[in-house]
Design a protein around this ligand. Structure first.
Ligand SMILES: N[C@@H](CCC(=O)N[C@@H](CS)C(=O)NCC(=O)O)C(=O)O
Length: 197
């Protein structure tokens, strides 16, 4: 499979997922800072011109969380997603969807001074609710779903890691300890440039 990637992009998270699974893949560097993501060739694969993008045979997967979910299910024997019928699946989905649907837009709008919005209408409510939810959802020990590390940690934990790195999120002791646990993983270290993380 081909993983369209840049080391200073969200593709670091999907690279981390590939490393956790130990999946062989071709790393295709797309220099989006030089506009290579707008080439006709890449736009034919992903009209959003965004990284990461995964191509697995005839299957094109875009969106960081979708790629991680796809890989976790494709390599189900690696145990990075709870079984579809397991009671943990609901909690797993929550960790997988909350970052892209809710946290990312909140962090983005929160960086825009004076932005006006209706908390009841925007999907992310307001920063206070999001921060309270992050604090509640962040595990005090081990991983998002308990003792087993899953794709939920890559997606949710990866978002918290990015947010701390860009100073979008002031980590509480619980968040800082979780991010530290994530960073101690071999696959994290193999996929993240220490100069940027
Ligand atoms: N919603 C997408 C966002 C991907 C995204 O914004 N990627 C950035 C790099 S971190 C990108 O490709 N930017 C190039 C551009 O938009 O020109 C995801 O979760 O994968």
């Amino acid at each position: 499979m081909k993983h369209y990637y840049h080391p200073m992009s969200r593709a670091v998270t999907t690279h981390w997922m590939l490393m956790e699974l130990g999946v062989e893949h071709e790393q295709v560097l797309v220099d989006y800072m030089a506009g290579e993501n707008f080439s006709a060739e890449f736009k034919a694969i992903n009209p959003m011109s965004k990284l990461p993008t995964l191509v697995d045979g005839d299957v094109v997967v875009t969106e960081t969380a979708a790629i991680c979910a796809y890989l976790a299910d494709k390599f189900a024997d690696k145990g990075m997603a709870p079984a579809v019928t397991s009671a943990d699946r609901g909690r797993y989905y929550r960790y997988m969807f909350f970052p892209g649907n809710t946290l990312e837009p909140m962090f983005t709008v929160n960086q825009m001074p004076g932005a006006e919005y209706s908390p009841a209408s925007v999907g992310w409510g307001d920063p206070e609710r999001c921060l309270a939810t992050i604090e509640a959802m962040t595990p005090a020990a081990d991983w998002a779903l308990g003792q087993t590390f899953t794709a939920a940690d890559v997606v949710y934990g990866g978002t918290l890691d990015f947010a701390c790195q860009f100073n979008w999120l002031e980590p509480t002791p619980k968040i800082a300890a979780y991010v530290k646990r994530l960073k101690s993983r071999e696959a994290y270290r193999a996929s993240h440039d220490p100069d940027w993380h």
